[in-house]
Design a protein around this ligand. Structure first.
Ligand code: ZN
Length: 401
């Protein structure tokens, strides 16, 4: 039986103007139609007074950066818990850009098989990097490799493990003994990573904070650029990104997270503050140049991912642009633009329904109490009361009954 969500204000993720009082009908896990009246055979769910959007997509997460204390022997359960919290917050797809061992591959597959709740996970596995200090800061997360042949091998290893995309460090990160200039990989090395990944059919996400690494990444033709905060100094490079349709994932939240967290040393917090200011300048500059921006929080707490959307809006995006960044643009960054990220017939019915008008105030997307219902592939997953009372009939919670 089809299910029709009736009466919401639709913000469909494409950037098109909102439509009021629409009826979104779901059948067999996909969006069957977006109309003004329900087809007669559909069961209905009244969602008047809400905004209906595509499920949110976070294009830069590290699930392994846990926000809870988890002894090693229960860590996989903590990862599953983080995944569930994100799904309940309306994050229906997550691109994870660096993890340890095989835990996340197991979690991704368990979620796919329906053994535990969580967003669709798109994984890079380990991060490919030059031999570098960062590998000591994150022991086990990096696959260090030097020279074109070894880098090609590192790409193939991630594919062997079951990665969905390839992540590469074009520059250092904000950690001990690293700076964001110069680029860590040579242009030739980065070219080898990109060429081998693309040859095998995998997208490439490049961590690039300093200008040289940003430039190399853009020239090498990566698919997404992570952080990119010093890009504002070279508008011509941002213009080239727009030209090549490379998505920028500014990760404003991670700079704020480090700045505000007592657990980092003072020098690192100070540096994060400066880089965060640069990142905001780059958001403005990239927007001017027409670069597509995607939401990626990069930092815990898991489930509060949409605060990145709020920060993007505070940094100069319109609320509509922020929602596009968190839906269709992040879907494209994840290589899933044909399946998710917009509310259009044929797309997978990953949907988020929030109380109030998300365009008037995007902060409602971070407010757990405002989340009315989350659907994943047409199934209500994110609102236990509604899910319980409405399954299997789904017509149950009728406020007018
Ligand atoms: Zn990251």
């Amino acid at each position: 039986m089809a299910l029709a969500l009736v009466g919401a204000r639709l913000v469909d993720g494409t950037g098109a103007p909102p439509r009021d009082g629409v009826v979104v009908t779901i059948e067999n896990g996909r969006i069957a139609s977006v109309e003004d009246a329900p087809p007669p055979e559909a069961e209905t769910l009244d969602v008047e007074g809400t905004t209906l959007l595509p499920g949110l997509v976070d294009a830069h997460v590290h699930l392994s950066s846990l926000d809870v204390e988890a002894p090693a022997d229960v860590e996989e359960y903590a990862l599953a818990d983080a995944a569930r919290r994100m799904l309940e917050a309306g994050i229906t797809t997550v691109r994870d850009l660096g993890s340890y061992g095989r835990s996340l591959f197991r979690l991704r597959d368990a979620i796919r098989l329906g053994f535990c709740p969580g967003p669709r996970l798109v994984l890079c596995g380990r991060v490919i990097a030059a031999t570098c200090p960062g590998a000591r800061a994150f022991p086990g997360m990096y696959r260090e490799a030097d020279g074109a042949d070894e880098l090609r091998k590192a790409v193939r290893e991630q594919v062997r493990e079951g990665a969905d995309l390839v992540k590469v460090m074009a520059t250092g990160a904000l950690t001990v003994a690293e700076d964001v200039e110069p680029a860590q990989l040579t242009r030739e090395e980065l070219d080898a990573v990109v060429a081998e990944s693309h040859r095998l059919g995998y997208m490439v996400a490049a961590h690039a904070e300093g200008l040289e690494g940003i430039r190399f990444s853009v020239e090498a033709g990566v698919d997404t650029l992570e952080h990119g905060e010093l890009g504002f100094r070279a508008p011509e490079v941002l213009a080239a990104m727009a030209e090549r349709a490379i998505v920028l994932v500014p990760t404003l939240s991670v700079f704020d997270f480090v700045t505000e967290s007592e657990r980092f040393p003072a020098w690192m917090r100070e540096r994060a503050k400066e880089l965060g200011e640069s990142a905001r300048k780059t958001v403005e500059a990239a927007r001017r140049e027409g670069v597509e921006l995607a939401m990626g929080a990069d930092a815990p707490p898991h489930g509060a991912n949409a605060r990145e959307l709020v920060r993007l809006v505070e940094a100069g995006l319109s609320p509509m642009e922020g929602i596009v960044a968190a839906t269709s643009a992040a879907a494209r960054a994840s290589g899933l633009e044909n399946e998710i990220g917009t509310v259009e017939p044929g797309k997978v019915a990953d949907l988020l329904v929030v109380d109030g008008d998300a365009l008037a105030d995007v902060r409602v997307l971070c407010d757990r109490d405002r989340i009315r219902v989350v659907l994943q592939a047409g199934e209500i997953v994110g609102h236990p009361e509604w899910a319980d009372s409405s399954r299997p009939g789904l017509g149950a919670p009728d406020p007018h009954a």
